[in-house]
Write a protein that binds this ligand. Structure first.
Ligand code: EPZ
Length: 421
């Protein structure tokens, strides 16, 4: 297993290219199952998650190639069954269910199982499929969705924590080939949902309202192949904005979309971090002393839960009390005890973490527990005095393309090494 060895204390300086979005690419790759014609998807980040999706599409019978950021999928003849061994490796694979149900009128998918950041049930996905007329059976760890025909319907898709991103994606994809009209209320408004809707419309679907809480899908008989370039990864961009501030450096982000980052840029501004536009690029640097802030994670366009951990690393360096409340996932504070190993002073009170910031951090071996927690540990290690070893970086490789190379280009002293036994 690999680790990152980081010698901290170097301000990051220079330009970083932001990759395509993992969370947009995954459902868009799955959407290619909706047609037997070739689909070409560009700017797909080279990650273990996107490579898993390629494996899953191949296991369903699709022809797939993935070269230098371009994925080509042709799902001529496919089967509607995805087994546990593949699905358990990546929860995001649940988004093949909607396309399979739409195309084949059946889908047998292993239930994703638990996740370290929360229970993450799929009840809303199944509620959506049932509203379109599918029969759902759960047995031996598998969900079986079958339908003689799919018929459009109006449904409310809000849950305990508000809208569901992949649930909205799945029901939207299932409805593209249903008879009549589907209206999804309390739909997720994330840019990744909009990007998927744009790809589906390029395939001949009739979708309006993506990006708003009400999405309308008028079913069509057949979809055709299409070409699409995935949006930039707003979570990767946010991670680099925060790393620039945490190391008191100045970083230029090439290819990021400022309009997808409003809540993050606004909160960073409150914390004393200046994020400005220079031409088309975003530039981040400290605008003076860092200030404590309170954060509550919310569905888009609120503050993203996928940036909560990285922001906590910055606030651990910031003198004063900051309160971070996690409203989307029940147990997304796994990074707290690891940040404490670097010297941070953070207490958990129910859904909130009370960060008593300002204590200098010092390097130590730490353990990554999930994708965004590992990014927070890398940021803290870059700001800490001495050497930090971040273990189990396979978590990080799931969602960050060549992170160590990109950081080295910004002057960071970071190496990918074999984990010491
Ligand atoms: C997507 O997950 C992202 N993953 C997650 O990013 C992200 O954290 C999440 O959206 C929220 O923004 C991908 O796009 C691949 P949800 P998703 O369904 O769709 C509850 C990362 O770091 N819920 O919007 O699985 C659920 O438990 C990952 O890149 C139900 O109760 O998340 C959660 O509390 C981590 N029933 C809330 O809704 C359901 O049927 C939001 O989950 C579905 C969800």
């Amino acid at each position: 297993m690999e680790s990152f060895l980081i010698k901290g204390g170097v301000p990051l300086r220079g330009t970083v290219d932001i990759s395509g979005s993992k969370n947009a690419a995954l459902p868009i790759m799955a959407a290619a199952l909706l047609t037997d014609e070739p689909c070409v998807i560009r700017r797909v980040p080279d990650l273990s998650d996107t490579r898993f999706m390629v494996q899953i599409l191949k296991s369903l019978g699709a022809e797939v190639s993935f070269e230098s950021g371009t994925v080509t999928v042709q799902a001529k003849k496919i089967r509607g069954y995805a087994d546990y061994e593949l699905v358990r490796k990546m929860r995001g694979s649940i988004c093949i269910a909607g396309p399979l149900l739409a195309r084949l009128r059946k889908a047998r998918i292993s239930l994703p199982g638990g996740c370290i950041i929360g229970a993450r049930p799929i009840n809303l996905h199944l509620k959506g499929f049932e509203a379109l007329g599918a029969k759902i059976k759960i047995e031996s760890g598998y969900v079986d969705a079958t339908a003689k025909k799919l018929t459009g319907n109006s449904l409310f898709l809000g849950g305990r924590a508000g809208p569901t991103v992949l649930g909205t994606a799945n029901v939207m994809m299932a409805a593209t080939l249903a008879d009549e009209v589907t209206v999804i209320e309390s739909a997720a408004c994330e840019p990744e949902v909009v990007d998927l809707a744009n790809f589906l419309n390029a395939m001949g679907a009739k979708i309006s309202g993506a990006g708003s809480p009400t999405i309308t899908i008028t079913g069509v008989k057949k979809l055709h192949g299409a070409e699409h370039e995935v949006i930039p990864d707003r979570i990767e961009a946010a991670t680099f904005l925060i790393a620039a501030a945490a190391t008191n450096g100045e970083v230029v982000l090439r290819g990021a979309r400022a309009d997808h980052l409003r809540a993050v840029i606004d909160k960073l501004g409150e914390a004393g971090v200046s994020v400005t536009l220079r031409g088309k690029n975003l530039v981040a640097r400290r605008g003076g002393k860092l200030r404590p802030v309170d954060i509550t994670t919310l569905p888009y366009a609120g503050f993203p839960t996928d940036v909560q951990a990285q922001m906590m690393a910055l606030l651990a360096l910031t003198p004063g009390i900051s309160i971070i409340t996690e409203r989307i996932f029940e147990s997304r504070f796994m990074h707290v005890s690891e940040l404490a190993r670097l010297g941070a002073d953070i207490e958990i009170e129910g859904p909130s973490a009370i960060v008593k910031g300002g204590r200098p951090l010092s390097g130590a071996p730490v353990m990554a527990s999930d994708l965004r927690a590992s990014a927070a540990l890398v940021i803290a290690g870059l700001a800490a005095k001495g050497e930090t070893q971040v273990n189990r970086i396979y978590h990080l490789d799931r969602g960050y393309e060549r992170m160590d190379e990109k950081l080295r280009k910004l002057g960071a002293r970071i190496q990918r090494v074999e984990e010491k036994a």
